[in-house]
Design a protein. Structure first.
Length: 257
């Protein structure tokens, strides 16, 4: 059994065939999925999916690229929704210095607010980091993010950075890039970081694993991520599936749900 810990089934790319995508995931033994909402539209869809399917859970927050659009009213709404039994995390939030839609200062302010919100509602925080590792780590430390812990989503950093995050009570989540031939850092992390600290994800519809790179991703492909981690660690895919599933169920507190 596999758990896709970060998927966007709420994306427009699935409007035509969502049920088929979900069915393929279940057929591939992906028995639980965590759908991440990151603005008004996708949060509403994530909540609807979590209520419709017993095996789907929601993470809700505001993406750093769109930080400039987030209001205090939006944050209050997220806080209220966080009380729902199917909401298992706050995010994805963090910093993205690749795109320039939202100024860095606004991104950092919203990041801090969401860490504090996560602490207030006692939920883990899911981190998006693109070209901003130093500031992400600094802010997590300054805001005592270890109190709730969280996930470094689609982690692409170094082994050293991964260990810093683990020391702050964070899990390291690997996605499709670990299967790419030129993905040196994710492969090093998969090799060096103990399995007890790892999760797997697709980030679908983005970042499809090899040999589907460049195509629309979907949860049914998350076993390919586990397969590559198993190869790198010299383990069976069953061992990786069991460990990452247990990690996810305990982390999200969805063992009996």
């Amino acid at each position: 059994m596999f758990i896709d810990t970060h998927v966007h089934l709420n994306a427009d790319q699935y409007e035509e065939d969502l049920q088929e995508v979900i069915d393929r995931a279940l057929e591939a033994n992906v028995k639980k999925m965590v759908v991440v909402g990151f603005d008004r539209k996708t949060i509403e869809r994530a909540m609807k999916l979590a209520e419709q399917y017993s095996f789907i859970y929601a993470v809700i927050g505001w993406h750093p690229v769109d930080a400039i659009d987030c209001t205090e009213e939006d944050l209050k709404w997220i806080e209220e929704l966080a009380a729902h039994e199917k909401v298992v995390g706050i995010g994805e939030t963090g910093l993205d210095y690749h795109w320039d839609k939202s100024p860095i200062e606004i991104q950092q302010t919203l990041f801090r607010k969401q860490i504090r919100l996560a602490q207030k509602v006692n939920l883990p925080i899911i981190i998006h980091n693109r070209e901003a590792t130093e500031d992400v780590i600094r802010i997590l430390k300054e805001e005592d993010a270890y109190l709730t812990g969280g996930i470094m989503h689609c982690f692409g950093g170094s082994v050293e950075t991964a260990r810093q995050c683990i020391d702050m009570n964070f899990k390291i989540s690997l996605g499709g890039p670990v299967t790419f031939k030129n993905a040196r850092k994710p492969k090093e992390v998969a090799t060096e970081i103990p399995l007890e600290h790892l999760l797997i994800e697709t980030d679908a519809p983005y970042l499809a694993p090899h040999p589907h790179r460049g195509k629309r991703n979907e949860p049914a492909l998350v076993p390919l991520v586990a397969e590559e981690i198993a190869r790198l660690k010299g383990l069976t895919i069953e061992q990786v599936a069991e460990a990452t599933t247990n990690n996810a169920e305990q982390f999200f507190r969805i063992i009996d749900k």
